[in-house]
Design a protein around this ligand. Structure first.
Ligand SMILES: Cc1cc2nc3c(=O)[nH]c(=O)nc-3n(C[C@H](O)[C@H](O)[C@H](O)COP(=O)(O)O)c2cc1C
Ligand code: SF4
Length: 487
């Protein structure tokens, strides 16, 4: 992952954990209304893909155990990982693309309700993503994948050469010369692997996205409601389809790109479709970016305008992330796919402990505060969720007290210690296992390996009932918390 050049090391520490009485009086542990429902408190576990499903995208026993463990900590809300809305094979990513998935998803909801004694509300993040392929070997790309056209023939001054002759000629060129003959897109496909973009409107499946996506999101949300979820989070963040529509880099000329009002058109149409297909007791919100952190991308100013339009449309919550784009991702190794968290924008999404003068903790707070201020000024009371480097009670409480956000998300901190919420709420904060922000978990995600935390995955691996990862080296679930009362 990209690291700020200053390379300053930070160690999370927290001296001030509240007593149970103080926690009970805090804003963090006070209820909040979220559209038609109430969260017991203002803590939130944002979506995290743990690679626990199977090739069919089903809810497996490992998926159930993963969410059961988070629910035991009783956060106010738990968002289930990015879940695919299309009925196409997508590796071991969870899917909600067919009614066949309903029984598994019902089990998941029941598991979370039971483990949290009904205290945690459960949402599911709905995602659409475009096709991406692994980086090919250069010779294979030139021999097999590259489509030879007259542009190549003309650039090589060989107007009558056969495809084979052109491929041979390209194969013998050095990198500089080759880059001159290939188009920018062909060069990128060879260096990074082929990747579709929302602007590839010459491809029928991309051109028709505005026609097909509202129905796909709508069907998925309907299933989520049937499965018993309290609501859905529409994934409009990071490197995926809907975020790409919102992006300032979206230049589609069909009324769904260009100006902000055109870029936001599809996200609003999707929201409207989902809202009208689900009942009034079902929560519908979205996650989007406070800043894309890429050249030519959407900025905080765009995010304020977008937030106002979402609030006006009636979204029940706005959850803000940051960065996480393909645009500045590092070149993957041959045989690997590009990963959108390897560039600077990836750092801003999941800041690690090696940082700059600002540090890795709460880099999203001020932008989110600005977004919240902007929607409040327009008269909207939509709750706003902030995430990014939150691990301490004081820090989260200050965010709420100062009116910078309404709900605080703890992603990696909840992975490091799923009991953070119960420990802090019951006055056992000093027993919290603090996340180091090492991004070991994110490295596993990048390799599509089962995600665990380095702080606990080697502990008591031989204990009865412990499930191990496929490489048998790591336990998959954090050890249980054996409550020790403070002396
Ligand atoms: C292993 C892993 C998987 C993630 N998967 C998702 C995801 O499915 N959807 C999403 O919106 N964010 C995802 N994220 C980003 C987190 O939700 C969160 O925004 C980010 O980690 C920053 O918050 P934190 O500092 O509290 O961890 C993931 C993060 C990690 C570490
Ligand atoms: S591996 Fe554990 S300690 Fe490291 S960032 Fe992930 S959750 Fe935090």
């Amino acid at each position: 992952m990209w690291k700020p050049p200053e390379r300053i090391k930070y160690i999370p520490t927290s001296q001030h954990w509240p007593s149970q009485q103080l926690a009970a009086k805090s804003m963090l542990f006070s209820p909040i209304r979220l559209g038609p429902i109430t969260l017991k408190n203002r803590t939130w576990v944002p979506a995290m893909v743990p690679w626990r499903s199977n090739e069919q995208g089903e809810v497996t026993t490992d998926v159930l155990q993963w969410y059961e463990r988070f629910a035991q900590g009783k956060p106010g809300a738990l968002v289930v990982e990015a879940t695919g809305i299309r009925n196409v094979p997508s590796g071991p990513l969870l899917r909600i693309s067919h009614d066949n998935y309903l029984p598994g998803l019902r089990d998941l909801v029941d598991t979370v309700r039971k483990a949290s004694a009904g205290e945690t509300k459960i949402f599911i993040q709905l995602i659409d993503f475009l096709s991406i392929r692994r980086r090919p070997k250069s010779d294979k790309f030139l021999k097999v994948f590259l489509q030879i056209t007259d542009v190549h023939r003309n650039k090589l001054n060989s107007p009558t050469a056969s495809d084979e002759e052109i491929r041979m000629a390209l194969g013998e060129m050095d990198a500089d010369a080759l880059q001159h003959v290939l188009s920018e897109k062909e060069w990128e496909d060879m260096q990074y692997g082929y990747r579709e973009r929302v602007t590839d409107t010459h491809l029928p499946q991309i051109d028709e996205l505005p026609m097909v996506l509202p129905a796909l999101f709508c069907e998925a949300a309907t299933r989520a409601e049937q499965a018993g979820f309290d609501g859905v989070e529409l994934h409009y963040a990071h490197a995926y389809t809907m975020a790409s529509f919102l992006s300032a880099t979206n230049t589609r000329a069909d009324g769904y790109g260009g100006s902000l009002s055109e870029r936001i058109r599809l996200p609003i149409e999707v929201y409207d479709a989902v809202r009208s297909a689900t009942s009034s007791s079902f929560v519908v919100g979205c996650r989007f970016l406070s800043d894309e952190i890429i050249e030519g991308g959407s900025t905080l100013e765009d995010a304020c305008l977008i937030a106002n339009k979402f609030a006006k449309a009636g979204m029940d919550f706005l959850s803000l992330s940051r960065g996480g784009k393909f645009d500045d991702a590092k070149q993957p190794k041959v045989g690997w796919s590009a990963y959108p968290y390897t560039g600077r924008s990836g750092y801003e999404c999941m800041p690690g402990y090696i940082s700059d003068a600002q540090g890795p903790f709460g880099r999203n707070i001020e932008p989110v505060a600005e977004i919240r201020r902007s929607i409040r000024e327009e008269g909207f009371s939509t709750p706003v969720v902030v995430a990014g480097g939150q691990y301490a009670f004081d820090q989260a409480e200050a965010v709420l007290q100062e009116g910078k956000a309404d709900i605080v998300g703890f992603a990696r901190q909840a992975l490091a210690d799923p009991d953070w919420f119960e420990k802090v709420r019951t006055g056992h904060g000093e027993q919290v296992r603090l996340c180091r922000y090492s991004n070991y978990c994110e490295g596993l995600d990048q390799k599509h390996k089962q995600v665990t935390c380095e702080l606990w995955d080697r502990e008591q691996r031989d204990a009865p009932g412990v499930t191990l990862s496929t490489d048998k080296k790591r336990r998959l679930i954090a050890p249980a918390w054996h409550r020790e009362d403070p002396a």
